[in-house]
Write a protein that binds this ligand. Structure first.
Ligand code: SAH
Ligand code: SF4
Length: 359
């Protein structure tokens, strides 16, 4: 029988585990602190666990993180990690320091099935869902792999994969990130980003209180159907209703983040900005504009600086809170899916020109 990897166990699951081996449930809090606050993975070093307990635990359980294969450090302080899973798949995560805030962009799946036309992860296809230990393991590695690095303050599920298609493991790892005996991140410091799966957004509010970001990327269904193909199943008006519903259930005046990638001559005209401001008028949201990051095999280009500025100023004039994501880690293939994509290129070259949008 394979051993249980306790790295991905929530407090409730650990309490059950300890009761099953005839130990009091408070051991769960002690183990969470050792693993997620002190970064200790060796049962023998857990000084408030007696020898008998340690040997019982070693028989049935283990604490194992995914393996870091490569760390790339950018000149601007961004660090990108290529991580190997025991299944053989590779994923990546990116650590982005901005003053006191240190954001970790993590992956929820290896690859992605949803095939958005601007996304390197989508171009790789779907490989597997990550387990809770593989998701929480990324945060553990970001904090403890190099202990000189200051701890992560914010987590965004904006790396590889669609988090809401790996629902339970994502919810369970978010609960460990929120837990006061583990990482104790507040609900505002964890953001799940989704391409817009309505049924999952609808059930999200009953399972977690973390922040939500929606990858909109187009202001009308005709265009979104092409660049975010899942839109053909979950169109914009129903999606925005689901978002309003999520916010109204939270009842704490929270903002939704709307992500909008800016691709040259595809979705970046003033007309697009006008339509966007109309459809978002009723939603409490901030808009994050993301200049497209080019990658080999994709024929899209980054919007021109002057168009990014025009798009942004129009939305600001309409009263929206707007940020433009600065390109970080450009020298280390900072955009999602690109590092794994580059490593795979030697064995599997995928051309995605057939998925190019023709205006
Ligand atoms: N699947 C989820 C979360 C992961 S993708 C989602 O789609 O929201 C998260 C974000 O990565 C997307 O919103 C998009 O903004 C960004 N992204 C993907 N490919 C990109 C590219 N080539 N350049 C810039 N941003 C990209
Ligand atoms: Fe998947 Fe998100 Fe990439 Fe779309 S943008 S292919 S949903 S990872």
């Amino acid at each position: 029988m394979s051993k249980k990897n306790l790295l991905g166990y929530s407090q409730a699951e650990l309490e059950k585990f300890f009761l099953e081996i005839n130990e009091p449930s408070f051991r769960a809090k002690q183990l969470l602190k050792w693993v997620h606050q002190k970064g200790e993975l060796d049962f023998d070093k857990m000084s408030n666990f007696n020898k008998k307990l340690i040997s019982k635990m070693k028989e049935v359980a283990t604490l194992v993180t995914p393996k870091v294969e490569k760390v790339l450090q950018s000149e601007d302080g961004t660090k990108k990690y290529l991580i190997n899973l025991s299944s053989g798949s590779s994923i990546e995560m990116v650590r982005i320091p901005e003053n006191k805030r240190i954001t970790l962009c993590i992956s929820s799946q290896a690859g992605c099935a949803l095939q958005c036309t601007f996304c390197a992860t989508g171009a790789q296809g779907f490989e597997k869902n990550l387990s809770p230990d593989e998701i929480v393991g990324q945060l553990w590695l970001a904090n403890f792999y190099d202990r000189k690095d200051p701890p992560i303050t914010n987590v965004v599920f904006m790396g590889m994969g669609e988090p809401l298609l790996n629902f339970e493991p994502v919810i369970s790892s978010a609960s460990i990130m929120r837990n006061e005996f583990a990482y104790f991140l507040s609900k505002k410091r964890i953001t799940i980003s989704t391409s817009g799966l309505i049924p999952q957004i609808n059930k999200l509010a009953s399972r977690t209180d973390v922040s939500l970001a929606v990858s909109l990327h187009a202001p009308d269904n005709a265009l979104r159907d092409i660049i975010v193909p899942i839109n053909r199943i979950y169109p914009i008006d129903s999606l925005l209703n689901a978002c309003k519903n999520y916010l109204s259930i939270q009842k704490d005046g929270r903002f939704l983040t709307i992500e909008y990638i800016l691709i040259n001559e595809i979705n970046d005209s003033l007309e697009h900005a006008k339509s966007l401001s109309k459809i978002l008028a009723e939603l409490t949201c901030k808009i994050n504009l993301i200049p497209f990051n080019p990658f080999e095999g994709c024929e899209y280009a980054r919007s021109k600086d002057e168009n990014i500025e025009l798009f942004k100023s129009y939305l600001l004039k309409k009263g929206f809170t707007v940020t433009v994501r600065s390109t970080r880690g450009g020298d280390i293939d900072g955009a999602c899916g690109q590092l794994v994509g580059n490593l795979k290129k030697t064995t599997q070259v995928k051309k995605i020109t057939s998925r190019k949008f023709v205006a």
